[in-house]
Design a protein around this ligand. Structure first.
Ligand SMILES: [Zn+2]
Length: 474
């Protein structure tokens, strides 16, 4: 409560620590908050919708949703009551899903600070549920077609995703494989194979998750809320009632969670899971694992002397103007330098650009590899989003520039392939533009690059989508 002070370079800083949220998968959430399991009657963390029994399974039909929100004070009161009546009782009971009083409630507000983890809920759960449904509908030819498109993708080097397992073996997929599938590559690939009804419904889910993963405005979050409701409302008609598990219902509360705690990309278990292998090294044997781990962290933080520097921006892999790899682009490069009146003799050319946490490559650099870290989106002089391949970078008078080969949007729109409400069409087309690579080049300031993009072959064109976060954990 009073905080603690630390000294950095002789200056004293007063540090206050507070908890933000509790994130876990559904079984751990039930265990730690002393609530019933996700397959029970009042499983929802956020509202008091009661589940319905269907063939020995509890489902949460959209039409019976009761959005009356739980609140911290009531929750604690009921929890204390249940805890008391369960002491010495032979059979333990629960009241609207509450099984006892968890000590976590002293630290966290329920339900606002007990959040859903999109890594478990979406990547490992709902995406694999959907893929299992799809593989039942698809022909063997289509499954082979999808698998082959997935394994032939050229992805950014830092995506660390390789689709080695078929969509039939989605249980072998890693969470990051499903993440890339739902955010970027799944929709343009599936549209080319799935019946329209399924890909239309799936497209709504993709858009909503893409927004909630990293929203750019409050309006987007509102839109994602409408989309999630549309998706859940129609799910049982598209599939059947069994799709309406609590894990689907839980999606309805994600927009509010994102409003309270920020983008799902920054509140998920991905970072914790990727830290597990480091944490594991700090414990040996089977006893007192927690104390061992915290002991070594204590020691390390006391003796740490290395000062860490925030990353900066710089160009790397210099090449000379007379280098032969430049030959195919020399004419276009000179034309564009002339337009800007940039003197080629005063310029240093480079193949890569490190922009703080993100490294952009160029076509010339990635030639030797099968990755694609050169396809980017950028803002043009009219503040419109354009797409292009980075050919190379250069610096002139401490400014960084990039020569870009431009993509142009085609007349084909992805929404033409689907049957979705009119109000969602523009946003879908802006998330997944269908483009073709042109023979037009432009020089832009490196600072105008927005993000890396991922492209999927779509008929004779490319379906491009932005990667909104380029430095999320695996
Ligand atoms: Zn609910």
């Amino acid at each position: 409560e009073n905080g603690t002070s630390i000294f950095v370079d002789g200056n004293e800083y007063q540090i206050h620590v507070k908890t933000l949220f509790f994130v876990s998968d559904l079984p751990a959430k039930s265990l730690f908050t002393k609530t019933i399991n996700f397959n029970g009657y009042f499983a929802c963390t956020n509202c008091i919708t009661e589940g319905t029994l269907l063939n020995k399974q509890i489902i949460y039909p959209y039409k019976y949703n009761n959005y009356q929100s739980r609140n911290h004070e009531d929750f604690v009161t009921i929890a204390a009551g249940v805890e008391k009546s369960n002491t010495n009782a032979k059979y333990h009971s629960s009241v609207i899903g509450i099984k006892g009083l968890s000590c976590l409630l002293k630290l966290f507000r329920y339900p606002d600070d007990i959040i859903h983890d999109y890594m478990h809920l979406i990547c490992l759960n709902h995406v694999s549920t959907l893929l299992k449904r799809f593989t039942c509908i698809l022909t063997k030819n289509d499954i082979d077609g999808i698998d082959s498109m997935l394994s032939n993708l050229h992805l950014p080097h830092d995506a660390h995703v390789k689709y080695i397992y078929s969509i039939k073996s989605v249980n072998d997929w890693k969470a990051k494989d499903s993440r890339l599938f739902i955010l970027n590559v799944g929709l343009p690939i599936l549209i080319q194979h799935l019946p329209e009804l399924y890909s239309s419904h799936f497209s709504i889910y993709c858009m909503a998750i893409k927004i909630l993963h990293c929203p750019r405005s409050f309006e987007e979050i509102e839109l994602a809320d409408t989309m999630i409701h549309y998706y859940c409302k129609n799910a049982s008609t598209i599939y059947d009632q069994k799709i309406e598990l609590y894990s689907l219902h839980a999606h309805l509360h994600l927009p509010n969670q994102v409003l309270n705690h920020g983008a799902m990309a920054f509140t998920s278990s991905f970072c914790f899971e990727s830290a597990i292998r480091h944490v594991k090294k700090k414990a040996h044997g089977t006893k007192h694992l927690g104390s061992q781990i915290s002991f070594w962290y204590d020691i390390e933080s006391i003796v740490i002397t290395k000062k860490s520097e925030p990353p900066s921006r710089f160009l790397i892999n210099e090449i000379k103007l007379n280098s032969s790899i430049l030959n195919p682009y020399k004419k276009k490069l000179n034309e564009n330098l002339n337009i800007l009146q940039h003197d080629a003799l005063k310029i240093q050319f480079y193949l890569r650009f490190k922009d703080k946490f993100v490294t952009y490559h160029s076509v010339l650099y990635d030639k030797r590899f099968s990755c694609n870290s050169y396809l980017v989106s950028y803002n043009d002089q009219h503040h419109q989003i354009q797409y292009g391949n980075i050919i190379l970078f250069y610096s002139l008078e401490n400014q960084y520039y990039s020569l870009i080969q431009q993509f142009r949007r085609t007349n084909i729109r992805i929404s033409d392939e689907l049957n979705i409400p009119e109000k969602f069409k523009n946003i879908l087309d802006s998330f997944y533009p269908i483009c073709s690579l042109n023979d037009e080049f432009i020089i832009i300031q490196a600072g105008n690059i927005r993000s890396k993009c991922i492209s999927v072959p779509f008929k004779q064109y490319e379906c491009i989508s932005e990667r909104r976060i380029n430095y999320e954990h695996d």
